[in-house]
Design a binder for this molecule. Structure first.
Ligand code: PLP
Length: 383
């Protein structure tokens, strides 16, 4: 049997990882400024994370949600404390798309409405309604087509106000990334998020904060939406939550009440996933990783600002993007091949940095040296 060939892959086999480094099967070391797509929050194979999963594995790995799983309650409490959303309720699932799917569905259960507002360049996942709310028609099959989703320009306050004026009573939810990831690192304006809050309040709609990529401390605050100083009704989380162990969830404001059987999943909130997620939160707290994200993010942005050629450096904390001019279109590839540095990208010309929140200063310095050298090589090629 062959693999279903949907991923264009780099021809590299990674066999080992530690902190912000990975190694291939030939022993070559790579600096990881990509974090496996923003997933590695506390650093690869963090010893506390390994130990917690290992210990749990010896106890019990899985039992279904038909029994009480105290680890879920522990996770909810810890998450409430770290995020500051102590009165929210936690529902656990397995992936980002599933989290958004549940959030959109729950909003619709809550207010009985069908319309969803999403924004240009949004990415919310590959499943039915999540992909319908994603601004990329290439990802949606005919079966995903729906007239329930209204797309508006990102950060356009007039368009949002006008849409609510016309359709306010039909809007079930507004879904927005605090910082768009796949769309190219575009930060939602604080005034725009506050406007979403007030329009949702006025019209009985649900504000869904997609925090799958920009959440879990990556921006320097637990949720990047927190910069606006207002609460969303539902936050969706995945990537950094398990540091690579598949776990996701949504937290739900107290006014949205649960009903038995409304949501459900077989694997969501299993013992192993909870142990991994607890280990991540313990390390984020103990090693003050949100503070580190702020410091390292500032260092990287300041240094990048001084590099001629690259433009429009943006983002928050350790979610950084910048534009690469046409003559440097191979920069990302060259960083990987020549400098052994993984970075992310967004089409057509954006490099994305999504490293572990535990990135060390010397690793950040190494990245800056590498990118300077590669740009130099492009500008004056070595013969
Ligand atoms: C903002 C955002 N939402 C949702 C998703 C979907 O997450 P998953 O791939 O875990 O389904 C992603 C994944 O990149 C994302 O960046």
């Amino acid at each position: 049997m062959n693999l279903f060939d949907v991923y264009p892959v780099n021809d590299i086999i990674i066999v080992k990882a530690k902190g912000s480094y990975v190694w291939d099967d030939k022993g070559e070391q790579y600096l990881d400024l990509y974090g496996g797509h923003a997933v590695i929050s506390i650093g690869h194979t963090h010893p506390h994370w390994v130990k917690r999963i290992e210990e749990q594995l010896h106890q019990i790995a899985f039992y279904s949600n038909s029994v009480r799983i105290p680890l879920q309650q522990q996770l909810a409490e810890k998450l409430g404390k770290i995020s500051g959303k102590t009165d929210y309720q936690l529902f656990l699932c397995n992936s980002g798309a599933e989290a958004n799917e549940n959030a959109l569905k729950l909003a619709s259960f809550h207010n009985g409405r069908k319309k969803v507002i999403a924004f240009s360049k949004s990415f919310h996942g590959r499943t039915s309604l999540a992909v319908a709310a994603t601004d990329n028609r290439n990802y949606a099959a005919p079966v995903n087509e729906t007239d329930h989703v209204i797309f508006l320009p990102f950060n356009d306050e007039n368009a949002l106000t006008e849409c609510f004026r016309q359709h306010g009573q039909e809007i079930s939810s507004v879904i927005i990334e605090g910082i768009q990831g796949v769309g190219g690192i575009n930060v939602a304006d604080e005034t725009f998020l506050r406007l979403i809050r007030s329009l949702c309040d006025e019209h009985g709609s649900v504000y869904i904060a997609d925090s799958i990529q920009c959440g879990y401390g990556r921006s320097g605050k637990f949720f990047s939406h927190d910069f606006a100083g207002v609460n969303a009704d539902i936050y969706t989380m995945a990537k950094g939550m398990g540091n690579g162990f598949p776990v996701a969830g949504i937290i739900i404001a107290p006014q949205i009440k649960p009903k038995h059987f409304q949501l459900g999943t077989t694997f969501g909130g299993n013992h192993l996933a909870c142990a991994a997620a607890l280990a991540v939160l313990e390390i984020i707290e103990e090693e003050k990783l949100m503070g580190n994200a702020v410091m390292m993010g500032k260092y990287l942005k300041d240094e990048l600002e001084n590099i001629p050629g690259i433009k429009n450096i943006r983002g928050r904390g350790l979610m950084i993007g910048f534009d690469v001019p046409a003559e440097m279109k191979d920069l990302k590839k060259n960083l990987l091949l020549n400098q052994k540095v993984f970075t992310g990208e967004a089409k057509p010309n954006v490099i994305r940095l999504l490293p572990s929140l535990a990135l060390k200063k010397r690793d950040a310095e190494q990245f800056i040296d590498s990118i300077k050298e590669e740009i130099q090589n492009i500008v004056t090629p070595v013969s």
